[in-house]
Every structure is written in C-alpha cells, then in structure tokens.
Design a protein around this ligand. Sequence first.
Ligand SMILES: [Zn+2]
Length: 164
Amino acid sequence: MAYIEFDATSPHYARTPPHERLGVVVHHSVLSFRDTIARMLDPTSKVSYHVLVDDDGTRCTLVPDDCLAWHAGESTFLGRSRTNEFLLGLAFAGDTYRTPLTDAQIASALEWIAPRWELYRWSLDRLTDHRQISPGRKDDLNPVEWQRFLAAATRRFGSPRTAV
Ligand SMILES: [Zn+2]
C-alpha cells in the first residue's frame, strides 16, 4: 500500500557538497511525529532528517535527497566520517526503547527506500542505524527493533548484490 507523504521543509540543510546517497542511517526521534516536525522547523534546533515516519506509516519529507540533512553528528560508516555527506537520514517517530516500531512504520520506511534502492544500487550493507555509526554516543535504534527492521528489509530486498 502507499502511505501518505507530505513535505515540511526544514531550514536545516546544505546544498554543498552534493549528497552522495550511498545508503541510509535509521534513527528514532524520541519525540512524537508532530513534536519532531516542530523541532525540525525550529530555526534554532540545527537538526533535520530527510524523512520522518509516524506510527501509522505517514511520512513527512523534511529535506530533499540531494541536500545534506543534519542528523548523524560525529559518526563513521564505510570507513569514512562526515556521514551526513553520504547517508540519507530516516527517522521513526518515538522511542524504540519504550515502544516497538509498528508494522506500518517498517512497511512505510521500506516503501520510501524501495525506489532509492534501485536508483542508487544499494545493498543490505548500505543500511545502518545511528547506534552503529556513533557507538557509545547514540543508542538509536533499540537493537531488537533494528533487527526487526533489517529482517523486513532483507525479506523485501533480498540478499546483497553478489555474484551467484
Ligand atoms: Zn539518531
């Protein structure tokens, strides 16, 4: 099914350097969907995700894919720092330590990822979460919920692009 998607462009983004779109880092926002959007639009917050997913699957686009959003902070992935320059930021509204992801949240996130998966030729190892790229500094997602998300992504997108 197609989930509702709307835009609420955050002022917190950069057009340069051009975003490399090498993969996705998954977050949870702790706050509710509404409160997270308000924070992203607050001129003083200096934080943003590319997309935020509510518990009913509704998505809010906050920053265009070709711009840098400010979500990862100090982090390392693929042997590189400055991950905001090459990872898109997808956040689930809420706190995955308090409330599990809903099935709709997971399905909606995969729906958002699917066209990009093809366009940018991603593989499963291009999906990560904030806890893994900022170890000891960030704890999102709850590892149990990360595994649920990764299992769903694996079912949808299959094995990594390797020769058979
Ligand atoms: Zn995070």
